[in-house]
Write a protein that binds this ligand. Structure first.
Ligand code: 5RP
Length: 244
């Protein structure tokens, strides 16, 4: 059953005209409603990005008893700050023994097999380190993220001194900071992000292995069955929220 507060939040947002941002909120509410363990979980991983802001708000609307004993594991300084601002208890993934009960995250693309491309916010490395330790890995998205096939570019985190080599091998561009901010984006782990073009016609496995096998690449943003594919995906669109 929907806790009372969550139900009223959902009712309020269901009446607002659909937008991608409202979709993120509705999908986050549905994911928390259906997947947040009813027996208070010990450890919950929290991804990064704008969708996750809505997800943490949905967690805040749960009955306090359901999260009283839960420790949340962030995947970036952004999600650490978000959790602290919401007075939720936090720890770090390197202090965790065993699996997390569940991990929630957003994505940039998701295909019908629940493979994802992530890293639009530059946090893919820690997101993957946390996702592979999730007992469950649940992805939340608005309809713009759902694609028949992963394509476009894949964010890849590289060691800065290897960036030139990786560019030569894989192509793409080193992601630059916001306009007015000179130089590349530097990740929370001190890496650079290269947005590598998906090779036309290449399958998920082949592309993931191609990226992983390039010297200087620390991690890539394809979350697939070889490392961590989403177990459940919640996607909101103008017609409502669906999961698969
Ligand atoms: C960050 C990510 C995000 O989950 C992804 O970019 C989606 O972001 P948003 O929720 O802001 O649309 O992978 O590295």
């Amino acid at each position: 059953h929907l806790p009372h507060l969550l139900r009223s939040v959902h009712r309020t947002y269901s009446t607002i005209p659909y937008s991608a941002d409202n979709g993120k909120r509705l999908a986050a509410l549905a994911a928390i409603r259906e997947c947040f363990p009813s027996i208070p979980p010990k450890l919950v991983g929290i991804g990064s990005g704008s969708t996750i802001v809505h997800l943490v708000q949905a967690i805040q609307a749960l009955p306090p008893a359901q999260i009283k004993t839960t420790t949340f594991i962030p995947t970036s300084y952004q999600s650490l700050q978000l959790l602290l601002d919401n007075n939720l208890r936090v720890s770090s993934i390197d202090h965790v023994q065993g699996d997390l009960d569940i991990v929630f995250d957003g994505c940039d693309q998701v295909d019908p097999e629940r493979n994802c491309v992530k890293g639009g916010g530059g946090c893919l490395l820690l997101e993957k380190v946390v996702a592979v330790r999730g007992g469950r890995f649940v992805v939340v998205a608005d309809h713009t993220k759902e694609v028949p096939q992963l394509s476009g570019t894949v964010p890849v985190e590289v060691i800065p001194l290897a960036a030139a080599y990786v560019l030569e091998k894989l192509g793409g561009r080193v992601r630059q900071g916001a306009p007015g901010k000179l130089g590349p984006v530097v990740t929370d782990q001190g890496g650079f992000i290269i947005d590598v073009p998906w090779v036309d016609g290449m399958g998920v496995k082949e592309m993931a292995e191609r990226l992983k096998n390039t010297v200087g690449v620390v991690e890539h943003g394809i979350f697939w069955e070889g490392d961590r594919r989403a177990e459940r995906v919640y996607v909101a669109g103008p017609e409502g929220v669906k999961s698969f």
